[in-house]
Ligand binder design. Structure first.
Ligand SMILES: *[C@@H]1O[C@H](CO)[C@@H](O)[C@H](O)[C@H]1NC(C)=O
Ligand SMILES: *[C@@H]1O[C@H](CO)[C@@H](O)[C@H](O)[C@H]1NC(C)=O
Length: 312
């Protein structure tokens, strides 16, 4: 390879990507942006999984602010869903909010969620699959049951819900699937999580063309970096226990309400696949994966080595 190509690969492309503005500064466009997502989601019927906390809750609140007409909120805890329901109604008096408890780790529960949803609404304009769980363990310490559980919660449940909802979605409606930066690169100690989120990316890419052509439904696959939520607290360890620790990276993560607004604004503007709240190093790593995979492999090895020294 010529030295010029090296220069482009390592310096110019990553810096243009890292520093290029993703949109106009928010202070210039915040009113304009709200207007666009308000136009896009006003009067819509939206279904959200994982809606009792974290990003799912923030998305529900943001949709209430955008004037959505009906929200169907799903998560495991009825009590916490009802709190979110009240907060949504505070933001928009005319909104109808239904709470449906479901456990995404149980296929029968997911089935019941589709039945109960379709009993409440005849059509769905927006389906957001946000419910998910992370993992924390070396692959050799991780039972196959944990791999399967993560695939069920993060991937199969969403696939089942899409299959049930798409026939009830009119032209122009949207599916937003919350993946992760880890659906674009596999960090050590996250094999189950990375596998389930890579599955989401491939699935979305594949169904996007089918749904665009046959049903005129758009599929958006979003890859957030660290957000300050309970995702690390509720992560599952190799033996199936709850990790129960808020990692420093998660605590220092972006505010979920800001991330929710950014997602809706970009989706309203027509973006399909994008990262949000990704750190500079995450964005560079994603580029390296395509431009120089050997360097990404090396940096993941170093990362694991460093973390081992810390935790041993
Ligand atoms: C994390 O979970 C606790 C209860 O387990 C809840 O009170 C809190 O609101 C959650 N935090 C976020 C950011 O959702
Ligand atoms: C990776 O997971 C193992 C358990 O499988 C744990 O002992 C170790 O501390 C973890 N390493 C990091 C950096 O989290």
């Amino acid at each position: 390879m010529t030295s010029l190509r090296w220069l482009v690969f390592f310096i110019v492309v990553p810096s243009v990507y890292a520093f290029a503005p993703r949109s106009l500064p928010s202070r210039v466009t915040s009113n304009l942006q709200m207007a666009t997502s308000q136009q896009a989601f006003a009067g819509q019927t939206c279904v959200i999984t994982g809606a009792s906390s974290g990003l799912g809750k923030s998305l529900a609140l943001a949709l209430a602010e955008c004037g959505a007409s009906t929200l169907i909120l799903s998560a495991r805890s009825q009590e916490r869903l009802e709190e979110v329901q009240r907060e949504c109604q505070d933001r928009c008096q005319s909104i109808t909010v239904h709470c449906i408890t479901a456990d995404l780790s149980q296929p029968e529960s997911v089935n019941l969620l589709t039945k109960q949803t379709l009993a409440k609404v005849a059509s769905i304009d927006l389906f957001i699959h946000c419910g998910g769980v992370s993992s924390r363990s070396r692959f050799l310490d991780t039972t196959l049951e944990v791999d399967q559980q993560l695939m069920q919660i993060n991937f199969f449940s969403g696939a089942a819900l899409c299959k049930a909802f798409v026939p009830k979605m009119p032209q122009g409606s949207r599916i937003i699937w919350i993946s992760s930066v880890q659906g674009l690169m596999g960090l050590p100690n996250r094999s189950s999580y990375a596998a389930s989120k890579f599955a989401v990316q491939g699935y979305c890419e594949s169904i996007r063309a089918e749904l665009a052509l046959d049903q005129q439904i758009s599929v958006h696959c979003i890859s957030p970096g660290y957000i300050n939520t309970n995702l690390s607290q509720s992560a599952i360890t190799g033996s199936g226990k709850t990790y129960g620790i808020t990692d420093a990276t998660t605590a220092a993560g972006a505010d979920a309400n800001d991330v929710a607004k950014e997602i809706l604004t970009k989706v309203a503007a027509g973006s399909v696949d994008f990262t949000v709240a990704a750190t500079l190093s995450a964005r560079v790593a994603i580029w390296l994966r395509f431009l120089c995979p050997a360097l990404l492999r090396y940096s993941l090895l170093k990362r694991y080595e460093k973390s081992k020294v810390k935790s041993d």
